[in-house]
Design a binder for this molecule. Structure first.
Ligand SMILES: *Cc1c(COP(=O)(O)O)cnc(C)c1O
Length: 384
């Protein structure tokens, strides 16, 4: 059965963004496409099919469940999947058997990986993650000598494919000093571990914001998320980029649109309240369109009396409270709107556009959070 709203993913927009990323990476071939959080709410299955069609082969997820979904949905032999976060002990066997690589940031995980690899007569493909100043996950640099002797002894069961770290907020200039310090530390890490002479190891530190602001954070590969979807990591990075490149037009294209249809039309008399409580009073005869989307579908409740939608190429206001599965829109200005008309919640129609950013401003959520709140069960449709 179909959901009450649907999400469209634009293939040409994605192509545009991938070209942009490749260009910024100086055409360095492989980057890890970050598709955690259900591909930032876009829908991991559909989004990864699209990516694969566009030649992307390296994917990066947060946990083993997401890796499992990717491996089983794409069923392609030539992809590589990397887990940056959670792998429980009971998931690790599947991960190792399927040659999915994963971050190792403590001794418990390292020892587990070795014993499970041994038992299965396989090599665990690991990325050693180091602490450079984010203070989240990662081995401290002072454990390098100990790690080195450990790795040498257990080499038959390990394949160190990467050495990495993560920057603590490269999208904000306020973090400049901290990021610089992290980059110096990573450089040191690089020079020490280079002498370990491990074949074909990849160093990676760079994310979307760092790609645009700290080109020196680029080593062998990068982990790129938000840019693919057509968003700058922050307003600051957008201003920085457009100023530096002397461009005005946004070089990225939004991949996602979110749409639904008018479910009902109601005429309300002057002096009546609309919806729950008293938050909206009709001070003239009002034509209301009822939309079958609410906060359960990811339309933030604080867009009550504040959000906008597009119908028949015109913008209209959300009136009253956003309910769990419905909301009301004031369409008094348009006599011709009828039940079944398409409603754009995010995206464009004619000359009108509702940006995720604007949407985010109303609801005080950043793009990342807003996108990942889009429920998994909304149908995703691929469009040109
Ligand atoms: C999410 C994530 C990224 C990608 O970040 P973007 O800002 O979306 O490019 C890279 N590395 C790690 C470790 C992450 O968790």
């Amino acid at each position: 059965m179909k959901s009450t709203s649907w999400i469209e993913l634009s293939k040409s927009a994605l192509q545009n963004n991938i070209d942009f990323i490749k260009n910024e990476l100086n055409n360095l071939e492989a980057f890890y496409s970050v598709v955690k959080g259900n591909a930032y709410g876009h829908g991991i299955r559909e989004f990864c099919f699209l990516l694969y069609d566009l030649g992307v082969k390296n994917f990066s997820v947060f946990n083993a469940e997401e890796a499992y979904e990717l491996v089983n949905v794409l069923r392609k032999k030539d992809i590589s999947v990397m887990i940056m976060g959670s792998v429980t002990e009971d998931q690790m066997e599947w991960v190792i058997l399927n040659e999915v690589s994963f971050f190792v940031f403590n001794w418990e995980r390292l020892k587990n990986a070795i014993s499970i690899a041994k038992r299965n007569n396989k090599k665990a493909r690991i990325h050693l993650e180091f602490e450079t100043g984010m203070n989240r996950t990662g081995f401290p640099l002072k454990e390098l000598p100990q790690l080195y002797s450990f790795l040498k002894n257990d080499a038959p069961h390990l394949e160190v494919v990467g050495i990495c770290s993560h920057l603590a907020g490269a999208e904000s200039i306020g973090n400049y000093k901290r990021i610089q310090k992290q980059m110096r530390m990573f450089k040191k890490l690089h020079s020490i571990t280079s002498s370990w002479s491990i074949d074909s190891i990849q160093y990676h530190l760079c994310c979307s914001a760092a790609l645009l602001r700290y080109p020196k954070s680029m080593y062998d590969t990068a982990r790129i998320g938000i840019l693919q979807y057509g968003f700058f990591p922050s307003k600051e990075t957008f201003v920085h980029y457009t100023t530096k490149k002397k461009v005005i037009k946004n070089p990225l294209a939004r991949v996602l649109s979110w749409k639904t249809k008018v479910m009902d039309i109601k005429r309300v008399k002057t002096g009546e309240f609309i919806g729950y409580g008293t938050s909206f009073l009709a001070n003239q005869p009002t034509k209301v369109a009822i939309i079958p989307v609410g906060y359960a579908e990811g339309f933030a409740r604080n867009l009550s009396n504040a959000g906008k939608v597009i119908i028949r190429e015109k913008r209209f206001n959300v009136i009253g409270m956003v309910n769990m599965n419905m909301m009301a829109v004031n369409v008094t200005a348009s006599e011709d709107i009828v039940i079944g008309d398409e409603v754009v919640l995010i995206g464009s129609q004619g000359k009108q556009e509702i940006k995720v950013g604007a949407f985010g401003d109303y609801s005080k959520l950043i793009n990342y959070e807003l996108l990942t709140r889009l429920p998994k069960n909304i149908e995703r449709i691929i469009v040109e």
